[in-house]
Design a protein around this ligand. Structure first.
Ligand SMILES: Nc1ncnc2c1ncn2[C@@H]1O[C@H](COP(=O)(O)OP(=O)(O)OP(=O)(O)O)[C@@H](O)[C@H]1O
Ligand SMILES: [Mg+2]
Length: 430
């Protein structure tokens, strides 16, 4: 405002006051027998500060007082000589003080006039104190009011902004205590709203993970518990008087159960190693058809025992992958095809490869599966009811799926109850 006053208003204000001074002089000149002293006193009372000097340097003040009387004699003389003094226009600029309010004698306009053959110089400026005192109070009050309102509004909005953050903090503490049941209720469209939404998503995910972990542990414990109980029970029986046949049977059961425990431990170890930070797979080029042949060879005895006929069409294929891990895939798929087959059933193994990918299809003519099983097939520990009679832990296919995903491939299942099941695996050639 100060700059604006000095740039724009100052000159206009000066001109305005010169015009006022001149109209006062006009009145002095026009009215016969005017009492100059009385007239100027009235003008002073109306709201002007006047400094009057005559050519004998006798001076007089009318109206409000000047705070600083700094008008040089030379200036007075110039006005007496007939010049107009533009003190308002030429008032020096100061950084923070608006010149408009400077109650200086030099901050006036000066005009010459004659009265009863005498020369006078009249300096004048409006009496700011008199004219604007109330405005000052109102402006001051207004400013204070605005200040308080702004501060209150600022505090209010700051609080409003901070509240969801406080809620988020409380929610993180709840999560740390494994309490996932109270989602955040922040409905906003801004960044904090987005944060709250992702936070809720994260909370849901953590809750799901937590449930899965607990279920996993309970499954593992259960799967360890039952063979251990069996072993304990039959080992106890071995201490009593038994026929050779009974002894033989019990030992066989114990052997079976330890075998089951050992398989379970191996599978769990494999699963954890797969889980660990999306384990890096060690790719190496090797003959996939050879690997499949060897795996099938390994289970020849079982196929014969079950009277299952296996036919294969294996295209010679060099694949770049983790042979150790993929062996688990073929083994599990093949044992499933044997286990969940009917006696005298069939198994077809096909390997076909293209530039882009390698496809392995393992098809059986077994018990097949219903839609529920198809959905849950790849879950850890899942086993369909009709499979319970066969040995297994239900970890096989979850391991298979993870290994395929680590190879950036995918696995698909087609199955019809009592007709058979087909697993189709595609692995991209990288
Ligand atoms: N070829 C198949 N035909 C019919 N059902 C199948 C077939 N393969 C898998 N299933 C069903 O899916 C379930 C999960 O299979 P998965 O291989 O994960 O476990 P499993 O064979 O029971 O035990 P293991 O961990 O020893 O492999 C099986 O229990 C069975 O119910
Ligand atoms: Mg299996």
């Amino acid at each position: 405002m100060n700059t604006y006053y000095h740039q724009v208003t100052k000159a206009k204000n000066d001109a305005k006051n010169v015009a006022i001074a001149q109209s006062i002089i006009k009145h002095i000149n026009e009215v016969q027998d005017l009492n100059l002293d009385h007239y100027l006193k009235t003008i002073g009372d109306v709201g002007y500060q006047i400094y009057l000097v005559d050519d004998e340097k006798i001076h007089k003040f009318y109206g409000g007082n000047y705070r600083v009387r700094d008008l040089p004699d030379s200036t007075v003389q110039k006005v007496l000589n007939g010049k107009i003094y533009h003190g308002m226009r030429d008032f020096p600029r100061e950084t923070f003080v608006t010149g408009f309010f400077a109650n200086y004698l030099s901050n006036t306009v000066g005009v010459p006039f004659q009265y009863h053959q005498k020369h006078y110089a009249m300096f004048l400026r409006p009496d700011i104190k008199l004219l604007f005192n109330e405005v000052h109070t109102i402006m001051g009050g207004w400013t204070l009011f605005m200040g308080i309102i702004s501060l209150a509004a600022m505090l209010f909005f700051a609080k409003l902004l901070i509240r969801p953050i406080t809620e988020l903090t409380a929610a993180t503490k709840r999560i740390a205590r494994e309490r996932f049941d109270t989602p955040l209720k922040i409905e906003r469209k801004d960044e904090i709203g987005q944060l709250a939404t992702s936070f809720n998503t994260m909370m849901g995910q953590l809750q799901e993970n937590d449930l899965m972990r607990k279920e996993f542990i309970s499954n593992v414990s259960h799967d360890f518990q039952s063979p251990l109980l069996n072993i304990q029970g039959y080992a106890g029986l071995l201490k009593s008087e038994l026929t050779e046949e009974e002894r033989h049977n019990y030992v066989a059961i114990i052997q079976n159960e330890t075998h089951r425990l050992s398989t379970l431990t191996k599978q769990l170890l494999l699963l954890t190693s797969l889980d660990q930070a999306a384990r890096r797979i060690e790719r190496k080029e090797y003959s996939l058809d050879q690997q499949l042949k060897i795996t099938i060879q390994k289970y020849r005895w079982w196929l014969e025992e079950e009277g299952i006929n296996l036919s294969m069409t294996l295209e010679p294929t060099i694949f770049n992958g983790d042979a150790g891990l993929l062996e688990n895939v073929w083994e599990n798929l093949l044992t499933n095809a044997i286990k969940y087959n009917r006696s005298d059933g069939d198994i077809y193994v096909t390997l076909a490869s293209s530039m882009k990918e390698v496809n392995v299809i393992i098809q059986d003519t077994g018990i097949g599966m219903n839609d529920v099983t198809k959905k849950q097939l790849f879950e850890r520990f899942y086993r369909a009811d009709e499979s319970r009679s066969k040995e297994g832990t239900g970890l096989g296919l979850s391991i298979v799926e993870e290994i395929i995903h680590l190879h950036e491939g995918h696995i698909k299942v087609e199955s019809e109850l009592n007709k058979g099941t087909t697993f189709i695996i595609s692995l991209p050639n990288l």
